[in-house]
Design a protein around this ligand. Structure first.
Ligand code: AR6
Length: 179
């Protein structure tokens, strides 16, 4: 685990299954339809309880790429799920960077509105959506540092699913936090 303190916020990089984390909110790498899918989305839907989470998502209706929506956490240890829709990677000229930054920024804004003090993110867009991992990690870390500057969060967790991903995020975090 790598932890960097930034103001009053601890930013951590860990390797874990995000569905097990005891934080106020976990972020889901969702799709525009909020319908559930594979990857971390499937894991979150299974662990939260498919029927109730799907019903809550259906009531919301959908979410544009680069934004986020919030539901209850249902059977998760987390109180809330923030459903963030990252971009599909195309060639880097289709606004992918800004859309990914937007997914993080909207997630933090929604979380703050719901008095969330601790929040965990998966590496949005870097699985099925194919966003290059280093580039995505730099964007994720920049948004975490900006959110830490707001003073609204005690703990921000970048929850990686492999030690290789954790190394990528840890080096982005130490680099960006000291630059
Ligand atoms: N805990 C933490 N991270 C995980 C977990 C888990 N349980 N499972 C996977 N990851 P992906 P995307 C990591 O593909 O690229 C879905 O079908 C995974 O290793 O889940 O944003 C949605 O419905 C990777 O690092 O999300 C969308 O259609 C990261 O989570 C689409 O996939 C994100 O990979 C979204 O694709």
């Amino acid at each position: 685990m790598t932890t960097v303190r930034h103001g009053d916020t601890a930013i951590e990089v860990i390797t874990a299954d995000i569905t097990t984390l005891k934080v106020d909110a976990v972020v889901n790498a969702a799709n525009q339809q909020l319908k559930g899918g594979g990857g971390v989305d499937g894991a979150i839907h299974r662990a939260a309880g498919k029927a109730r989470l799907q019903e809550a998502c259906r009531a919301i209706g959908g979410c544009p790429t680069g934004e986020a929506r919030i539901t209850d956490g249902f059977d998760l240890p987390a109180r809330h799920i923030v459903h963030a829709v990252g971009p599909r990677w195309k060639d880097g000229t289709k606004d992918e960077d800004d859309l990914l930054a937007g997914a993080y920024r909207h997630s933090f804004a929604l979380a703050a509105e719901h008095a969330v003090r601790s929040i965990a993110f998966p590496a949005i867009s870097t699985g099925i959506y194919g966003f290059p991992k280093d580039r995505a990690a730099t964007i994720a870390v920049s948004q975490c540092l900006a959110a830490a500057d707001s003073g609204k969060f005690e703990r921000i967790v970048l929850c990686c699913f492999s030690s290789e991903d954790a190394e990528i995020h840890a080096s982005a975090l130490t680099r960006e936090a000291t630059s």
